[in-house]
Design a binder for this molecule. Structure first.
Ligand code: GCO
Ligand code: MG
Length: 405
């Protein structure tokens, strides 16, 4: 089954998505997500100039060999741009294999380990009360696990703790240049324990709570936060400290029993190998799009299983529904799956481009049994929404020092 053509699309139905379509000689096609938020065209060039020419004529069934060819075979390994390109091709090849077999991808990965996929929803508020009202809305919709983020009194704008106090995920917005935002650990520390204290008072113990620090604390500060949050029993504290230095987590782990999660910016198993092997984290959050696709994530999950680390794939809106579907096939067939982040299925425009049969039921995703990944991509619709340059913000301390993302 030879690969005949590979097309790369960029569309912006409110935010940019890079989609890869691998087409075989008999017309079967597979889809992959190659979106790297704020660096989309770098991936397009990498794919078009450096990947596509090498794959034409190769056997679409040789998923593992193509993965190794694009990773091991390349001197410049790793990195977000390279791995998103490898990932998109990999997802598309699994999609093709499923379509040819007439089976959903999860069947090829070993079959179902559970009937549905547990999600955590987001409650993002302008202050504590507003955040708690959002928690109630999530509970009313059937969610049993909720991530709480609230704007920090005294800071004008801080991404990840309510960007512009309106649209946390900038679904419609574009940022032609990176906005500069503020960070103060002291102000943050005044808010967060209070947020979770009030959340437990109002909602009791039966709901799971989560929180994302967005890597803004030093390890010892994270350790303090973890300790402060222990009474409120979080499912996990995410990105407590900078991701590059795996040693940071030794310090945090040493001081707190709050469960830790990390991984959305990791590109390979090498970025999290020590964290997993030394049991310094509880959840690994690598995304199919950013860590080399289904092939790579399956291996990372198996490795993590040995060390009691569960998977909790990244589920932000800058991952397209193709990546989300890839996660669903992995989640349902991975024994050590933990929980999936969920921010909805995208806006109306996005839903006209990416069509799928995944259903939300009582805080869970139920998969349909369509062959392959079960997502289709409407090229004509996609063409209506042109790429717009858009950046994530940068963060500075109040004295102007450039800070961790
Ligand atoms: C999350 C993430 C996102 C990221 C975004 C960056 O946990 O969902 O931290 O909010 O910031 O995906 O592109
Ligand atoms: Mg995060």
């Amino acid at each position: 089954m030879k690969i005949k053509e590979i097309k790369v699309f960029v569309t912006n139905p409110g935010r940019n998505f890079v989609t890869v379509k691998v087409i075989t000689e008999d017309g079967t096609y597979g889809l992959g997500d190659a979106t790297v938020n704020g660096r989309e065209l770098a991936v397009v060039t990498y794919l078009e100039e450096h990947v596509v020419p090498c794959l034409i004529g190769r056997d679409a069934h040789s998923i593992e060999d193509i993965w190794q060819y694009l990773y091991r075979g390349v001197y410049w390994r790793r990195g977000a741009i390279t791995m998103a390109s490898v990932a998109a091709i990999d997802m598309a090849l699994w999609d093709i294999k499923g379509k040819v077999a007439g089976l959903p991808v999860y069947q090829l990965l070993g079959g179902k380990c559970r009937h549905g996929i547990n999600l955590y929803a987001h409650a993002n508020g302008v202050d504590i009360d507003d955040t708690l009202d959002k928690v109630q809305e999530c509970i009313d919709q059937g969610f049993k696990a909720i991530r709480l983020q609230s704007a920090i009194p005294g800071l004008k704008e801080t991404y990840g703790v309510l960007a512009d106090k309106k649209d946390y995920f900038e679904l419609q917005g574009t940022r032609p240049l990176p906005p500069e935002q503020e960070w103060s650990t002291a102000k943050y520390f005044k808010l967060v324990p209070e947020l979770f204290k009030k959340a437990r008072e109002r909602f009791g113990d039966d709901i799971e709570f989560l929180h994302d620090v967005h890597s803004r604390l030093t390890p010892i500060e994270s350790a303090r936060l973890g300790k402060m949050l222990e009474p409120y029993n979080l499912l996990f504290l995410e990105d407590a400290s900078m991701a590059e230095n795996q040693g940071n987590y030794k310090i945090i782990r040493h001081h707190t029993s709050t469960p830790l999660a990390i991984g959305e910016t990791y590109n390979t198993v090498w970025d999290c190998k020590d964290l997993i092997q030394n049991q310094l984290i509880d959840y690994i959050r690598v995304a199919a799009t950013h860590a080399g696709g289904i092939t790579a994530l399956k291996k990372i999950a198996s490795f993590a299983d040995i060390y009691n680390v569960r998977t909790a794939p990244h589920g932000a809106p800058d991952l397209s529904p193709i990546c989300f579907a890839a996660h669903m096939h992995l989640n349902i067939s991975t024994t050590n799956f933990g929980i999936q982040e969920f921010v909805g299925f995208g806006n109306a425009q996005s839903q006209t481009i990416f069509k799928h049969g995944m259903r939300l039921e009582n805080g869970m995703i139920m998969l349909e049994d369509a062959p392959g990944l079960g997502v289709d991509f409407d090229e004509k619709e996609a063409e209506k929404y042109e790429y717009k340059r858009s950046y994530l913000p940068v963060s500075r301390l109040e004295d102007g020092t450039l800070w961790h993302w």
